[in-house]
Write a protein that binds this ligand. Structure first.
Ligand code: ADP
Ligand code: MG
Length: 422
């Protein structure tokens, strides 16, 4: 992935995950690779794939492998079948969808890992093609990172490709145990192109941002994002806070928040962060309030010091949207996580939509705009601007953990390479 900023290593050199682009012909041509993908996609009432973004996002890697003459054994989970075979969680619809995209039939291999039946089927995949294993979470060993399941998966291939960014914050058999096993046996364990892109934007771009660097945080709760706020605060030039998260900060300022969503046990934490952040943190100055947060609710705009005891805050107000937009227009790197309001409901969607459009304008102008978080991705989609963003992460929890500075087990297991400085 040329043009990607590598991450500085402790010794002053630069390091990044080794990717499928770094594999030599001897590691690809005629070789079989275990490719952990994240095809945990939504299914419709007739078992059809209703949103194929996660499937589409893996095509560059699959094409790269196929063109190089490699065979890919794809492994994914779907839903939470809790270690039991569940027809409703079958990957059959995904195999059909993928067949349509690749232009040949992608077989769904239902035999369990460790069976000779599966080993035979895998050996029969024509060179350059892919096959998909049935939902790996049908096996109880998957989420336990069970060594036997890991070994059985590792036995299916000579190399490993980690392409499941959405699962990278979990240490499971198919994304960690099997990769460790393959590496221990002398095989390669590299990042797929989607994984590499996620790491580039959520790790490297944020570690070495062009300034000013503006982060926008929102969403339902502070509690799940405290590590994120702490990690991002020293790196940004401005931190804009909206959503219900802002309510807890309002309380830290001694403001009335009525019956809005507030985390009482986080108010002192919010006060600490405000102290720590100083002028870096900007809170909304006005809000959209209503008696109830529901579709069709009658709303009113209130300055933040005018919120009444009966009010519920559902969105940031127009003045706040304007102030936040001005900050965004001056930014050279932008990170967005968490909607500004209850964007799922029309009366409370304006702040999120307004800001999403300004973010898209910045991305159009060439400024990196990185969107993390499942609901933020949905909000960008709902605003019709997801395509224009520089990068919309395919991982919710994984993107938050990575941004908060955690090392993801599904990334730590991959080989790293030193790169030229610069
Ligand atoms: P992400 O998935 O992008 O990390 P979160 O899961 O943290 O985002 O938060 C998203 C949710 O926050 C949305 O469902 C949205 O309705 C909710 N939310 C945002 N603002 C408010 C608010 N003022 N009151 C209640 N809920 C809110
Ligand atoms: Mg969420």
């Amino acid at each position: 992935m040329s043009g990607f900023l590598p991450l500085p290593a402790a010794d002053g050199g630069m390091r990044r995950a080794r990717t499928v682009d770094d594999l030599g012909p001897d590691e690809l041509d005629g070789q079989r690779l275990l490719v952990r993908v994240d095809y945990n996609v939504p299914l419709g009432p007739n078992g059809e794939v209703t949103s194929a973004g996660r499937i589409e996002a893996t095509l560059p890697t699959l094409e790269r492998l196929g063109n190089a003459g490699a065979t890919a054994v794809l492994v994914s989970h779907l839903g939470r079948p809790e270690g039991k075979r569940d027809p409703a969680a079958s990957l059959a619809p995904v195999a059909r969808d993928l067949s349509g995209r690749l232009g040949y039939e992608v077989p769904l291999l239902e035999a369990p890992p460790g069976s000779t039946e599966l080993e035979t089927q895998v050996a029969e995949i024509p060179s350059g093609r892919v096959a998909l294993l049935e939902n790996i979470r049908f096996h109880p060993g998957e989420t336990k990172n069970d060594p036997d399941l890991s070994a059985a998966l590792a036995a299916l291939a000579g190399g490993f490709v980690g392409e499941a960014f959405g699962t990278a914050h979990r240490a499971h058999a198919s994304n960690v145990g099997a990769a460790e096993r393959i590496r221990a046996d002398g095989g390669a364990a590299v990042a797929g192109l989607l994984m590499a892109k996620e790491l580039h934007f959520l790790k490297e771009c944020v570690a070495k941002p062009e300034r000013p660097f503006v982060a926008i945080l929102g969403g339902a709760k502070i509690s799940g994002k405290i590590e994120l706020i702490r990690a991002i605060l020293p790196k940004v030039d401005r931190l804009l806070i909206g959503g219900a998260m802002a309510n807890t900060f309002f309380r830290a300022l001694g403001l009335e928040t009525g019956s809005s969503l507030v985390e009482d046990d986080r108010v002192s934490m919010a006060a600490e962060l405000l102290e720590l952040g100083g002028d870096t943190i900007l809170l909304p100055v006005d809000c959209v309030v209503a008696d109830e947060i529901r579709e069709g609710a009658e709303t009113r705009v209130a300055d933040r010091q005018e919120v009444g005891p009966e009010d519920r805050i559902g969105d940031i107000g127009p003045r706040s949207t304007e102030i936040f937009s001005r900050e965004v227009r001056g930014a050279k790197t932008i990170l967005w996580n968490g909607p500004m309001g209850v964007f799922e409901l029309e009366p409370f969607a304006r702040g999120t939509n307004g800001l999403a459009h300004v973010l898209a304008e910045r991305a159009d102008a060439g400024v990196p705009v990185v969107v993390g978080g499942g609901d933020s991705a949905a909000a960008a989609e709902a605003a019709g601007v997801a395509e224009r963003m520089t990068h919309v992460s395919t991982g919710g929890g994984a993107s938050l953990d990575l941004l908060a500075g955690s090392e993801l087990p599904g990334v730590a297991v991959l080989e790293m390479v030193e790169t030229e400085t610069g």
